[in-house]
Design a protein. Sequence first.
Length: 218
Amino acid sequence: MYQVNIKGTDTSYNVGKIVCLGRNYLDHIRELGNKVPDRAVVFCKPASSVIPDGGTIHIPPYSDNCHHELELALLIGKSGKNISEENALSHVAGYGVALDLTLRDLQDELKGKGLPWELAKGFDTSCPLSDFVPAAAVENPNAIRIVLKVNGEVRQDGTTAQMMRSVEEIIAEISTYYQLEEGDIILTGTPAGVSRIVSGDLLEGEIEQVGTLKATVA
């Protein structure tokens, strides 16, 4: 079972479900030609998709178009259901840096057939994930910068202030669908700039006040 740690402490959590929010940045919606959703677009990744900071990404042989998506990750430290926005942040144990890797060609194929697209999102190594900083270390999770470099070139440069739903709104809405439990992780969406990665690429993500994440494509 995969575990994540809270930096500077002896606290660790077994990773539960990884709940991901799609289409939460307007510019990213536009760059992919998607419609602005009426409600949150939610999907899950299995815990087996996680690899640690410095890990190796393996793109499956059935895809030729894997995209990077850098995201702020929330670690749930207190269980809850139907959580109010006012109490949402009290359920967060820490913040981390995550990559939501997406097999875009497979996703487009599945979407075109009206089928679920978890296969394009939940493959092994599809969720590189850093350790987490304590929640108190982040002054305002809704106003921090997100930057991803591939081979030293900036590909994504945004801020969580661009999110259509705040961290509080995300937690409140997701908790109406799922009981959130200790060790669950929420990925909050990605800013514009997603693009294809290939063998040999080095990905370096950084989120202000949170930390960094590196991964290499095999």
